[in-house]
Design a protein around this ligand. Structure first.
Ligand SMILES: Cc1cc2nc3c(=O)[nH]c(=O)nc-3n(C[C@H](O)[C@H](O)[C@H](O)COP(=O)(O)OP(=O)(O)OC[C@H]3O[C@@H](n4cnc5c(N)ncnc54)[C@H](O)[C@@H]3O)c2cc1C
Ligand code: FES
Ligand code: FES
Length: 1343
């Protein structure tokens, strides 16, 4: 076998251009290559683990067997560059651009308002583009499948899907609920009120303006690659890097020879298993063997008794092959294939399925593998090949357990997999339950197969295999053997459950946790299988009337059988039309597209890390503590400093000025307070060098006591960050004595990770002169970064300029923390004299930065039997982590907002921020409101249960009704609150649907529906006057073009778009004459963080002020020449020496709070809203489906309804994530486990309610804001709790039916685990329970 020692040239194409890489490094991924080598920065890094889709690109290859060109999406962060030999890559830049030609996908996603921060947008574009290359008129299902692996943290997905739907075959009209009927059809249910609302608009974009899709315009597959593929060279290619050699043989013979020579070398197929292991577990392989060019591994052969699929086929190809076979064969033969297909729909994402190979999947033997349990029960055989020849081994429990006797020999490879047909009287099923429906690893999955003796119910053969319940797929062989010969009936079911729980035993401390849930799933899945088989038998009886009689399934139980379908959202967005008198040019109140929308979609929008490398730039990587509370004994940097490329290691000693504050140090000095506490930072020539150096830094610690993680422990140790915050009114104790009933309860709300798609990043460029620094940073508060850098470096603020072009999502997480990263990078820049780039990887970002405060609340509520609440006492604690940060402010805000929409005469609210040894928690959209108010709403639910009334009745009864004062004595009118509530009841047809839900619940035992409607009074702004000031700077240039600058930062919330709308109206010129370049501390100084939903309002007032000043100056000129053009006036003004630049200023609202007196006027105004959600839960698995959500939000006079609806939808979905799937897991040592999209599940496109309607309430007031608009950035977050309460409503119904006590502790998020365990039944009773004192759990709850 030829095996040259030199390195071959890697040849592939990117966007139609040939790339020849000499001396390519096999360790480099396509993402790095695109971004760093080709400077194609449209493809984004957001997770690096294949889990978010931000780096999606399209790969095209000629299929050697079919000779067709295959286009498929992949995640570039997992693709080794060497695997692309002979392939064509298309990135977002190759699809279209603003300067040349926009692709319809790009145009439509932008114009449909599918971009906010825009960081996910190129990935979305590429997923859709690839879909359209294969299916120019895709089905809705295909569209959902294509987008299922792309996460978006801003939009809530609805508008993205809306843009994709414009390409779908059935895209005509809005087709609400897939009925094909338009929601505005007068014959629809809900139309009567709509038709009366002639000033209400439901169109956010004009579909008829979109350019058509023309497939002939696409880039062709490069002819050179086609020629290469048609006459493939057989010689072995070798790409040698510094540490790794990539060997790609051209023939099977050569591959086998190489495998014999390098038995320990892995076969690198999709790299979706090897790649993450190399990254996270540090696995290193000096030689990688690529089977990509071996066509034998992609062979498929059909025989009369089964199907053989090549190990090199991707999982996406396997899906197509199986689907084809299912369509060709009778149903009885395809049981195993259909079971595999079921899991192939939810296994990972389309991108991963396109990359991952069947062989890689099987050989990886992950304990969570979705396919191995089915292949095992389906009696699949592995066809192995080596130089010695071929042999077969069964894919059975021994192989899955990795027993050497049942495994591949080191020199063998897997050539193909044989999967036999099923037969008559054989039934195969697959089950899986994950944190969410799609793109999530299963907590438990299973493959089950039974063969019954023909015409009887006697078990002839039974196989069951589970994933997720051990280190490998577990086969329940013994149980199955014991059940052979038993009839398929209830007695067998009981016995099977007992045996399975005995055999598939999980210790209490099992890795991954959720032990009782998993045990319950083991038997719940078997129960489902039992019913499924009975159901199938029933069909057979119908066909063969004189066959055996089988047990009947009662209709009520049939609901156990169906899985929730994967669906995408449909819905209507309603907003108030602008008045007919408004000029067409005036953009205020119109759904104007995000200013950067098209640039987001083409990848031309520049984010911090897209700035090209600057001269002499170095990379910084942070080193953090591995201990939760310890003294630093020593830090040994020597080995790290000796490594090639390492320039320096920055420690606290290098700080010329102050190291943060005493309680909140930038870098630890001699004590660490949490795992993730920053200790020092490595500066090296490249990121790879800096990262490897961090592993060589030796830190010795001495553990300190106490170590506190939980709120309970903090209370025990009296460990608090600030004094208690308290508000009181009336006389709570006295009121408790007079009420009919009292309920006490607890509420636990978990924390939340911001999961902004763009991780924290900063580029600091020191200048040679006057100690000046330019800082490009992704922040919500550049002035804070500037100030912190100034005090850290001990140089005046005026030498430091912070620039923010745009931020890839903030949600509060980029208010305080960026200053820390900016300051440490600046110390590095000053010390080394080089520009420093610091880009946190996802893992570090999640570990270091903290998030939403977890909360524990206790309530005591006193009420009359009619539901009137007379007294409410709430005490709550938030887990602040190890430093103060915003914890005191969050506690204050939480206490101030706790009453929500209710007038309760006697109230006592107390709150404290606990100090624990966890990373410091910080600001997060809603600032305490989403956690705190969950206690209030839980009280309402508890009162309703005790009174035997519906929660909505209790809500109505206790809601503010007339002009009143809040607990802190701020006067307000609840008129709009009540309007929102009534509109929401009406728009959601609440009462009739409530009855339908009850009917459904009576008929279904294993599925329950739940509904909830939640009112909201949300206060906007900061509780301090000085925080409401804002400034703007407006320049008019001599050509008439205008440059606007203001103090707000573009985080995706569309503030720049709104500011130009304001300027356009004020100056009476079109938006096209206006421009915003960036936010910079040099143009607008001393700015306030863009936060608290008030940014557009206060900055809008400042822009308005600046424009009015300018207009005033122009007035005499305009008067003199009223017929002149804008350009004429500007020219004259310049000639007349009139300044064409003005600063606008807004002094802000008065806001204060006197905590001593418990009184104040802390908020400029309120936003009201209401949301109604309906869900269905599966009581056997804990899964839920969001059926419908209706939101009515008071936007007053929206500046831009598209942006405002986007904010409402996006924050609602983020809130829904908080309350349902987003779960942070900590080890008993305080280490955060959930550090990426694999372990931490933010909502995906299929989590959005099936029907999702948002209405902006027509204005009825005139708040003192810019054009009477309201800030909607945060308020929707809490409305996500309507989903939570709908789930608890469904759970309560299940518990009532099962005679379980009605009360249960409310814990958010309502994950499948919690829902399943709350729906206690015979299966939860069966499982063994552990005494928590007898083992150390895998994870600890910190709320
Ligand atoms: C984001 C993400 C989400 C995922 N979600 C899921 C999920 O929901 N469910 C699930 O089941 N899995 C999931 N996975 C795992 C995925 O299914 C596996 O990583 C994948 O199937 C491995 O295939 P591969 O071709 O990428 O293997 P590679 O990483 O290329 O190789 C893996 C191993 O297989 C060996 N190997 C490969 N081919 C052969 C061969 N022909 N002969 C001998 N040895 C071979 C290699 O030597 C190596 O040791 C997920 C993975 C990612 C990255
Ligand atoms: S960055 Fe590649 S999938 Fe997230
Ligand atoms: S627009 Fe999708 S992540 Fe921001």
């Amino acid at each position: 076998m030829p095996c040259p020692s030199k390195s071959d040239d890697l040849v592939f194409f990117v966007n139609g251009r040939k790339v020849i890489e000499r001396n390519v490094d096999p360790e480099v991924t396509l993402l790095t290559f695109l971004r760093k080598n080709l400077r194609l920065t449209g493809t984004k890094y957001a997770c690096g683990s294949g889990g978010c889709g931000a780096c999606t690109v399209m790969v095209s290859k000629r299929d050697p067997l079919s000779a067709n060109i295959r286009h498929f999406s992949i995640t570039a962060c997992l693709v080794p560059i060497c695997s692309l030999y002979g392939a064509a890559v298309t990135t977002v830049e190759g699809v279209g651009s603003i300067n040349t030609r926009l692709h319809p996908v790009q145009e439509r996603i932008a114009k449909s308002h599918g971009t906010q921060c825009g960081f996910c947008t190129p990935g979305m574009v590429m997923s859709m583009y690839t879909l359209l290359r294969n299916h120019p008129q895709p089905s809705e299902e295909q569209l959902l499948e294509a987008l299922g692996g792309n996460l978006c943290r801003c939009t809530g997905y609805r508008p993205i899907l809306a843009s994709g739907r414009t390409f779908c075959v059935e895209s005509n009209g809005c087709q609400q609920k897939g009925t094909g009927k338009c929601c505005l059809d007068p014959r629809g249910n809900d139309s009567s009120s709509l038709l009366r609302e002639s000033d209400i608009c439901t169109e956010l974009f004009a579909e008829d303006e979109f350019q058509p899709l023309d497939p002939t315009q696409e880039l062709i597959f490069p002819p050179e690659l086609l020629r290469m593929a048609e006459k493939p060279e057989k010689q072995t290619l070798i790409f040698r890097g510094e540490r790794v050699a990539w060997i790609s043989p051209g023939t099977l013979k050569d591959l086998l020879e190489l495998k014999a020579k390098h038995p320990e070398a892995p076969l690198i197929s999709g790299n979706t298993s090897l790649g993450p292991a190399v990254k996270s577990q540090g696995h290193f392989h000096p030689i990688l063997l690529s089977p990509a060019r071996i066509s034998e591994l992609s062979m498929v052969s059909k025989t009369s008794d089964g199907l053989t699929i090549g190990a090199g086929c991707s999982l996406a190809q396997v899906k197509d092959i199986l689907a084809e076979r299912v369509s060709e064969l009778p149903e009885e033969k395809t049981q195993t294939y259909r079971a595999l297909l079921k899991h192939l729909r939810s296994l990972a994402s389309q991108q991963i399925r396109n990359m991952a190979s069947l062989g890689g999947h099987i050989i990886s033997r992950h304990c969570y593998s979705d396919l191995n349990p089915i292949l095992a029960v389906g009696n699949a055989t592995l066809n192995l090949i080596s130089e010695e020849g071929t042999r077969q081994i069964p894919l059975n429990e021994h192989f899955l357990a990795g027993l050497a006797s049942a495994d591949l020999k080191p020199e063998e490879i897997l050539e193909s997999v044989y999967i036999p047909h099923s037969q008559k009287w054989e039934f195969v099923s697959a089950f899986r339950q994950a944190q969410c429906q799609q793109n999530a690893l299963a907590d438990v999955n299973a493959g089950m197969r039974v063969i019954l003796k023909e015409g009887t119910d006697t078990i002839k053969d039974l196989s069951i295999a589970y994933g997720g319940v051990g280190a490998a797929t577990v086969s329940a062989q013994k149980s199955c053997q014991q059940l052979v010969g038993r009839p398929w009936n209830e007695l067998m079911l009981e016995e099977a459950c007992r045996l399975l729980l005995e055999e598939v035993s999980l210790p209490g401390w099992a890795p991954g946790g959720k032990v009782e849930f998993k045990r319950t799933l083991v038997v719940s899945f078997f129960f489902k299988f039992y019913l499924e088989v009975l159901q199938e038998l029933k069909k057979l009886v119908k066909l063969m009337p004189d066959s055996h009689h089988y047990p009947e399934i009662s209709d009520q139980f049939l609901s156990a059988l169906e899985d929730f379908p994967i669906t995408g959202p449909q819905g209507v967005q309603r907003y108030q039309r602008v008045g007919s008198h408004q000029s067409l040019q005036d953009p205020v109140g119109r759904p104007i597209m995000h200013l950067s929308g098209l640039k987001h979609a083409t990848g031309e929008a520049i984010f911090c890390d897209d700035i090209p490398m600057v001269d002499r730039e170095l990379f910084m990587v942070l080193v953090t503590s591995t201990r939760a509370h310890a003294k630093i004994i020593s830090v040994d940097l020597s080995e790290a400093l000796d490594l090639p490329g390492v320039i320096d290691v920055i420690t606290a000693e290098d700080i010329p000025g102050t190291n943060g504050s005493e309680d909140d140090k930038l870098m630890a000095v001699d004590e660490v307070l949490c795992v993730g506490h920053i200790i020092c930072a490595v500066v090296a020539e490249t990121e790879v060098q800096a990262k490897s150096a961090t592993e060589k830094i030796k830190i010795t610690y001495e553990d300190l006591e106490p170590v506190i993680f939980t709120i309970n422990d903090a209370i025990k140790h009296n460990s608090f960050l600030c004094p208690e915050k308290k508000l009181e009114q009336g006389n709570v104790e006295e009121a408790f004595e007079k009420v009919d009933q009292i309920v006490e309860g607890e509420v636990h709300v978990g924390g939340q990770e911001h999961f902004y798609m763009e991780t924290q990043r900063v580029l600091v460029i020191p200048k040679a002169e006057d100690k000046e620094l330019d800082i490009y940073v992704s922040t919500q508060d550049p002035a804070h970064v500037q100030k912190t850098v100034s005090s850290t470096l001990n140089i005046p603020i005026n030498r430091i300029t912070c620039h923010v072009k745009r931020v890839g999502g903030g949600f509060g997480g980029k208010v305080g923390r960026p200053a820390v990263f900016g300051a440490i990078a600046a110390v590095g820049a000053i010390k080394t004299g080089h520009p420093i780039r610091l880009v946190l990887d996802r893992k570090d970002d999640m570990l270091i930065t903290g998030g939403r405060h977890p909360l524990f609340g206790k309530y005591k509520v006193g009420f009359m039997n009619n539901g009137r609440i007379k007294a409410l006492d709430i005490e709550c604690f938030v887990n602040g982590g190890c430093m103060l940060d915003d914890s005191e402010l969050v506690t204050e805000s939480l206490i101030l907002k706790l009453e929500n929409a209710y007038k309760i005469r006697n109230l006592r609210f107390r709150g404290r921020a606990c100090m624990t040894n966890l990373p410091s928690n910080t600001a997060f959209r809603g600032f305490g409101f989403p956690q705190g108010t969950l206690i209030t709403e839980s009280c309402i639910t508890a009162v309703a249960a005790k009174c035997g009334l519906l929660p909505e009745k209790i809500r109505e009864k206790n809601m503010y009704k007339t002009v009143d004062k809040t607990i802190y004595k701020q006067a307000f009118s609840p008129e709009t609150l009540i309007r929102c509530w009534n509109e929401c009841l009406d728009k959601s047809s609440f009462h009739s649907r409530r009855m339908q839900v009850e009917e459904f619940n009576k008929k279904n035992y294993w599925k329950k529906k739940g509904m909830a409607i939640i009112p909201m009074k949300f206060s906007v702004g900061f509780a301090a006057t000085s925080y409401h000031q804002a400034a703007a700077l407006v320049h008019i240039y001599t050509d008439g073009s205008v440059l606007v600058t203001h103090g707000g930062n573009e985080l995706g919330q569309g503030i720049h778009t709104k500011m130009l709308q304001v300027a356009s109206r004020e100056l009476n010129i079109p938006m096209s004459s206006l421009h915003i370049c960036e936010t910079s501390t040099a143009t607008v100084p001393n700015t306030i963080a863009t936060a608290a939903s008030i940014g557009s309002d206060v900055n809008g007032r400042a822009v308005q002020n600046a424009c009015q000043i300018l207009l005033k100056r122009l007035e005499p000129i305009i008067k003199k020449n009223p017929e002149g053009t804008w350009e004429d006036w500007i020219e004259s003004a310049f000639e007349q020496r009139i300044s064409l630049s003005a600063t606008g200023y807004f002094r802000g609202y008065k806001a204060f709070m006197d905590w001593e007196k418990g009184e104040g006027d802390p908020f400029p105004y309120y936003v009201y809203g209401a949301a109604c959600s309906e869900v269905e839960i599966d009581c056997l698995t804990g899964a839920h489906k969001k059926i419908r959500t209706d939101i009515v939000m008071d936007a007053c006079c929206s500046l831009n309804p598209a942006i405002d609806i986007g904010q409402v939808e996006g924050s609602f979905i983020q809130g829904m994530g908080l309350y349902t799937t987003e779960e942070l897991k900590y080890s008993p040592e305080g280490v955060l486990y959930s550090r990426g999209p694999d372990e931490y599940k933010i909502p995906t496109i299929t989590d959005v309610p099936e029907e999702f309607n948002v209405s902006l309430l027509p204005s009825s007031q005139t708040p003192p804001t810019i054009y009477s608009s309201k800030g909607l950035g945060e308020s929707g977050m809490f409305l996500g709790s309507s989903v939570f309460f709908a789930i608890t409503d469904a759970v309560a119904t299940a518990r009532r039916e099962r005679d379980t006590v009605e009360d249960f502790t409310v814990r958010s998020p309502a994950t499948p685990e919690r829902v399943r365990m709350a729906c206690a039944d015979r299966f939860t009773e069966m499982i063994p329970r552990d005494d928590p004192k007898t083992f150390r759990p895998w994870s600890i709850p910190i709320a």
